[in-house]
Design a protein around this ligand. Structure first.
Ligand code: NAD
Length: 295
């Protein structure tokens, strides 16, 4: 069995690594013992540092909270570069910052270590189902090298363009998701206030011109079902929207809808904290409108 490294086994990393462990011997590392234990119970080798992962494998996947943490895991004490061999591949599935991604990639060129971005969209559910979108930034030959492994993760692997392109597209996608989500909550609250059944409103809009991810998945699966757990924290969404804002600032582009949606998200974070699930946005809109969306 071929060997693969995986670092960052949380909400998102776990279902991604779960797909790989079916076909590869996994060398895993995470600061959270429970998240690591989940994989050692399935036969993974637990490593005590990123460096130990890199000393065992050629291909190392990362799914960490931020690019700053990725930088530390790659270049810090006991980081991957301490023992990564020439020709190694570090595949960063974190929702990261294109600027930092390009910087890390450049810093590894001399050592002939490949660093490429491969963020994902579709959440833990998409990863479980094997159809999560993965957007890969790097050279075409780097993409060709890792594509066969990526195919074990998902049937939706895309080449996004040069290094950092995956992270740029992912940041744009998530800000768009946030804007659509806030717009959808606003309209569903309004309709409930006007006496409409929210389930009916979402069912009909999902087949009409206002449909989007919130009418297709977020509302039916997480809110109207009463589950109120999506597995994606408000703090991570804030970070993602912030990355898109940085890209806008760098390019001197105004994003008024993006700004407004982040202000609304901040209301949820002020009340429930950064670790709160994104489903709590529904509560913010219930408060704003006085209309109960949940069952
Ligand atoms: P999470 O907080 O659930 O998991 C992060 C994991 O990384 C944890 O297990 C944590 O212990 C580990 N970790 C943190 N610092 C570490 C370090 N220095 N060394 C080793 N392990 C470390 O977060 P998540 O939801 O899994 O998100 C991970 C990335 O995936 C983020 O960039 C996020 O934006 C992105 N993402 C998440 C989702 C989602 O729905 N959860 C969807 C798409 C993309």
């Amino acid at each position: 069995m071929d060997k693969i490294g995986f670092i960052g086994l949380g909400n998102m990393g776990r279902p991604l690594a779960d797909r790989l462990i079916k076909n590869y011997q996994l060398y895993a590392f995470d600061l959270n013992k429970n998240n690591l234990q989940y994989f050692t119970n399935k036969g993974a080798v637990a490593c005590s540092s990123p460096s130990e992962v890199a000393s065992n494998v050629k291909y190392i996947f990362l799914c960490l909270p931020t690019s700053k943490i990725v930088e530390a895991v790659v270049n810090g004490d006991n980081g991957l570069t301490v023992s990564a061999k020439r020709g190694a591949y570090i595949i960063d599935m974190t929702t990261g910052e294109p600027e930092i991604t390009r910087k890390i990639s450049n810093s590894l060129e001399e050592k002939e270590i490949n660093f490429i971005d491969a963020p994902v969209s579709g959440g833990p559910k998409g990863a479980h189902q094997g159809n999560i979108a993965v957007m890969v930034g790097g050279t075409e030959s780097q993409f060709a090298e890792i594509k066969p492994i990526m195919d074990d993760i998902s049937s939706n692997i895309f080449y996004a363009g040069k290094i950092g392109s995956g992270h740029s597209i992912k940041a744009g996608n998530n800000l768009l998701n946030l804007i659509c989500r806030m717009a959808t909550f606003e309209i569903i609250s309004l309709l409930v206030k006007d006496g409409v059944d929210p389930k009916k409103a979402v069912e009909i809009i999902q087949k009409s011109s206002g449909r989007n991810y919130a009418t297709e998945i977020t509302l039916p699966d997480n809110i109207l079902s009463g589950k109120m757990i999506q597995g994606f924290s408000a703090g991570l969404m804030k970070k993602d929207a912030g990355v898109a804002t940085k890209i806008a600032n760098l390019n001197q582009v105004e994003i008024p809808l993006g700004k407004l949606s982040q202000e609304l998200l901040q209301n949820t974070i002020d009340e429930f904290g950064e670790d709160a699930d994104m489903s709590n946005v529904a509560l913010t809109f219930e408060k704003l409108s006085g209309a109960k969306i949940r069952p």
